[in-house]
Design a protein around this ligand. Structure first.
Ligand SMILES: [Zn+2]
Length: 325
């Protein structure tokens, strides 16, 4: 296996107006570990503009590959009078660079904020493409720790699976963390950020654009693509219950097309509730994990990428519920 070179980069300089008291200790030091070399260019990104100043790029319903440049998650941005806020940057530097170019085609104001909805590689590895904009990199209060623990393995896997397309992809640490609820002002346009208890992951952050009432859900919502559990199943369902009370005109999932909110989240809830009921029943019947995997079928016909993720979900749910009340 070919090793990778590491480099330490200087933290992005924070605009003075953004130096806020709640920057957590040490956060101003961004750490990056990049896959060296120059990544190939990808084609221009398709953007949709569902509301004034709201832009979405829908990723493919697939796993990350060299051919798709890691373009498998939904990305987007919101444009205010003073600033652009980017919401997730994609699975590679090449994709983040294409997103940055797409932003330049429709907005003249600078990118002040890059928000990551959670730790997963298909949402964060484009961050480095925005380093020259010197934005605040914003994430859940646990994102920095999660990136420290998982980042090196994510980078190794990216290089293994995507080869030269992974080049320049890097781990960029958040410079600002959200522990509960915060607001950022893009100039006459306020985004509300909310950090969630462990659900899809332990780093889930949602973004609500008050002007258009667009709710960015990250991977708390999957459409088409089978939901993925990498956190806490009961927390996932609890977060959805609470999110359903948000009066949004439009909701953007992490994967799949935009949702009418909250009605269209019903298939995901049905899948997750079914997983909870089935795994609880298997544990009550004293089935082993292997027996449970063999019997909990889920909804194969209803979902894309079912075979890649359903058994993993059963395993995660079993581990969570085995010793639970
Ligand atoms: Zn995810």
């Amino acid at each position: 296996m070919v090793g990778h070179r590491s480099r330490i980069s200087v933290a992005p300089r924070l605009p003075a107006r953004c130096r806020r008291a709640f920057l957590f200790a040490g956060a101003a030091i961004a750490w990056s570990q990049a896959v060296a070399g120059t990544s190939p260019d990808m084609p221009d990104l398709a953007l949709e503009n569902p509301a004034p100043g709201v832009y979405v790029h829908y990723g493919q319903q697939a796993e990350m590959t060299r051919a798709n440049f890691g373009d498998v998650a939904n990305l987007g941005f919101v444009v205010g009078a003073r600033c652009v806020a980017v919401i997730d940057t994609g699975g590679t530097f090449a994709l983040g660079r294409a997103l940055r170019q797409a932003i330049r085609r429709v907005a003249t104001v600078p990118v002040c904020y890059v928000i990551n909805t959670h730790v997963h590689p298909d949402h964060v590895f484009g961050n480095a493409a925005f380093a020259d904009d010197h934005p605040e990199f914003i994430g859940h209060a646990r994102l920095a720790d999660a990136l420290r623990r998982r980042g090196p393995n994510y980078l190794n896997a990216l290089r293994r699976d995507l080869g030269d397309v992974a080049q320049q992809s890097a781990i960029i640490m958040p410079t600002r963390s959200v522990a509960t609820i915060e607001e950022i002002d893009l100039g006459g346009r306020v985004l509300s950020l909310r950090a969630w208890p462990t659900a899809h992951t332990d780093t889930d952050l949602t973004v609500f654009d008050q002007a258009s009432r667009t709710l960015w859900l990250g991977d708390l919502a999957f459409v088409g693509h089978v939901p993925v559990l990498d956190g806490n199943l009961r927390g996932f369902l609890a977060a959805l219950q609470e999110l359903k009370t948000v009066r949004a005109n439009l909701a953007i999932p992490g994967h799949g097309r935009a949702l009418a909110w909250p009605g269209a989240i019903a298939p995901e809830e049905r899948y997750l509730n079914g997983l909870l009921a089935d795994v609880r029943a298997a544990i009550k019947a004293q089935r082993t994990l292997a027996e449970t995997l063999a019997t909990v079928d889920g909804e194969r016909e209803q979902w894309l990428l079912f075979d890649q993720f359903h058994r993993r979900n059963v395993t995660a749910a079993y581990a969570e519920l085995e010793w639970a009340d």
